[in-house]
Write a protein that binds this ligand. Structure first.
Ligand code: GLC
Length: 620
């Protein structure tokens, strides 16, 4: 263990712990394990009061508090000091409590409660025999059955709960990005515990010891996923220990860095505060530190010339090689959104002035860069078509030296006369013209795109419905990489064959981001239409992870069934369409200071103004 690490002990017992009791405690002498995990040790024999120990290892940070779990009797859970909103006390708390005495030893995603086993035992086909309006009820049952428990408390949802799948891979884990729609569905339902637990436990994992082949990724990185394992302790007294096992990409296929995890975590944290009205979580010292660590990692100086975040391939929802290394739109939209959310939540204190200044400058530069250089529509394609190249000067129009020959033939057909979108990536001499859905949708949600651009993106979605929605919403990107391009860019990936999986497969989970974007622009009818299409078959098809073919006609060849974020994505879309006001928990409205700063940059831009000033910097 590194010298800077503080080993903190947490005493936890019974089936409920209180995250609100945070006390400085530098107690030493905790036993440690070689593996970096969170442990909960439970003496099953002494229920309902059982003792357990959790050890936290923090290093290189100022998180020197320990969490003290105040143990309570099962029957006291509903009236505890966790600041829960009474009405919000979830049914699953009761379910979980009733099952807590029958915990089994498992390493399978922490599915440890009796009730979970009961739901697993349901004849899933019977779920489809119920009336048409019960798709939502079925989705709720399935979502609840995907809940993972840690120390007998709900902490997240498993990625997929597919009984027919023989190869589990890491689908038995709680993925940070996959949990976002689950968390939002629970928030909108008034069930807050699981979201708070998720936020606080993943925060503990953030500062975990993590290495890959002797290399430690940056402080502040959030894991891609984690798993709860309940292990039997030596001693023969049926005592068990819950272990949280994070994966920072060091075990993931391709060893991809989960850049989006921390960004989503910040977005969920803000949604939690807005939805519950309980700001005490975001105001906690350790949570504030967690936010700052993510920001510092993202705002750290590097070699970049652009304000966009430079990442490796597969660092987001598309977590395999798909030619999205560099400055992919999805990451930029999440980054922008997370910066805005963080700015809202950071409590002013002396030490954070520089960070806030850096954050503000980045927001301005990032929105200018994306709005100006990622945007394409008919007018812009025409401009690129006539670009002069090899312009060496401060005043170049074709700043990135894009050769017009790069305009792909499909774009000529795809670009509608009304509408436009943000391209997938921009690098020196390279524009990735593919349409990436999540990046475009989240640019609307976060106001990274202007209002005009946001409407144009939705116009394009309407105009290109057959390409982007067809038989199942929503294509992850358009079009597919085929032939030689597929061979070179994906490395002949047999999972990412054309019109499948990340290579232009259709992902029902994207329904929720589509819905938030449509509601923000007062065009909810587009999302309603998409939801109706999904409803025709998603339940009959057993909630697949993705669909294949140009029109999304087939269930994805290697798709998991009962994929949790397909279920949760559908539920969030339904909830928001029924109560569009609730979308404001997720939306970032455009900020007037930013608009002012942007208009200064735009008026100083040589493309819009005659050449003059060489360089200008703006600090908001
Ligand atoms: C796939 C997806 C990724 C998701 C994971 C778990 O790897 O590409 O975005 O988080 O499955 O569902």
């Amino acid at each position: 263990m590194a010298a800077s690490e503080a080993v903190l002990q947490v005493v936890c017992g019974s089936s409920s712990y209180d995250f609100h009791s945070v006390r400085p405690n530098k107690s030493k002498g905790c036993k440690t394990r070689r593996r970096s995990s969170v442990h909960v040790q439970a003496q099953i024999s002494s229920r309902p009061f059982y003792a357990s120990h959790r050890k936290h290892v923090f290093h290189g940070t100022n998180k020197l508090e320990s969490l003290v779990c105040n143990c309570k009797r099962v029957e006291n859970v509903n009236g505890d000091a966790n600041n829960d909103h009474e009405g919000a006390r979830s049914k699953f708390d009761k379910r979980q409590n009733s099952g807590s005495l029958d915990q089994i030893v498992t390493d399978n995603g922490g599915f440890t409660s009796k009730d979970k086993l009961h739901i697993d035992g349901l004849n899933r086909d019977s779920l489809h025999k119920v009336g048409e309006n019960s798709v939502e009820d079925e989705a709720w049952d399935l979502l609840r059955s995907s809940i993972v428990y840690y120390c007998n408390n709900p902490i997240g949802t498993i990625a997929a709960n597919d009984p027919s799948s023989t190869v589990i891979l890491n689908y038995d884990q709680v993925f940070i990005r996959d949990f976002i729609p689950s968390g939002i569905a629970f928030l909108l339902k008034g069930e807050y515990d699981i979201v708070r637990n998720f936020i606080l436990h993943t925060l503990q994992l953030q500062s975990w010891e993590k290495t890959m082949d002797c290399h430690s990724p940056g402080q502040g990185l959030m894991p891609a996923s984690f798993k709860v394992r309940t292990i039997l302790l030596d001693g023969g007294d049926a005592a068990t220990e819950d272990v949280l096992d994070p994966d920072f990409g060091e075990a993931a296929i391709g060893r991809v860095a989960p850049v989006d995890s921390g960004l989503w975590w910040i977005i969920l944290l803000r949604a939690y505060g807005k939805c519950t009205g309980d700001l005490s979580v975001q105001e906690r010292v350790d949570v504030q530190t967690g936010i700052k660590m993510i920001l510092k990692l993202c705002l750290a100086d590097g070699f970049d010339m652009f304000p966009t975040l430079l990442v490796t391939d597969g660092s987001c929802m598309i977590d395999r090689r798909m030619g999205i290394h560099g400055h992919p739109l999805e990451i930029q939209a999440l980054f922008y959104s997370a910066l805005l959310c963080a700015r809202e939540m950071l409590t002013p204190e002396d030490g954070s002035a520089d960070l806030i200044r850096a954050l503000n400058s980045r927001l301005v530069a990032l929105s200018f860069h994306i709005r100006e250089y990622y945007w394409i529509d008919m007018r812009k394609v025409n401009e690129i078509y006539r670009y002069k190249t090899e312009e060496y000067s401060y005043d170049a129009v074709n700043k990135f030296n894009i050769y017009p020959e790069q305009i792909p033939p499909w774009l000529v057909e795809f670009m509608p006369s009304k509408g436009g979108y943000l391209i997938g990536n921009l690098q020196p001499a390279h524009m990735d013209f593919r349409f990436f859905s999540l990046g475009n949708l989240w640019s609307i949600v976060s106001s990274l795109a202007t209002a005009e651009q946001s409407h144009a993106i939705l116009d394009l979605i309407e105009a290109k419905w057959a390409e982007l929605v067809a038989d199942m919403p929503f294509k992850i990107c358009y079009p597919a990489l085929e032939g030689q391009e597929w061979r070179i860019i994906t490395g002949s990936d047999p999972k990412n064959t054309p019109w499948s999986y990340h290579n232009a497969g259709s992902w029902p989970t994207l329904l929720w981001q589509l819905t938030v974007a449509c509601i923000k622009m007062n065009r909810a009818d587009i999302a309603s239409k998409a939801v109706q299409i999904a409803e025709r078959r998603i339940s009959k098809d057993k909630w697949p992870e993705y669909y294949d073919t140009k029109r999304a006609r087939f269930i994805g060849k290697q798709a998991r069934l009962f994929q949790t974020w397909s279920i949760a994505g559908y539920l969030v879309a339904k909830q928001l369409l029924a109560n569009p006001d609730a979308a404001k928990f997720l939306i970032n409205e455009e900020d007037s200071e930013l608009i002012n700063a942007l208009s200064c940059i735009i008026s100083a831009n040589p493309r819009r103004r005659k050449r003059g000033r060489k360089k200008q910097s703006f600090i908001v």
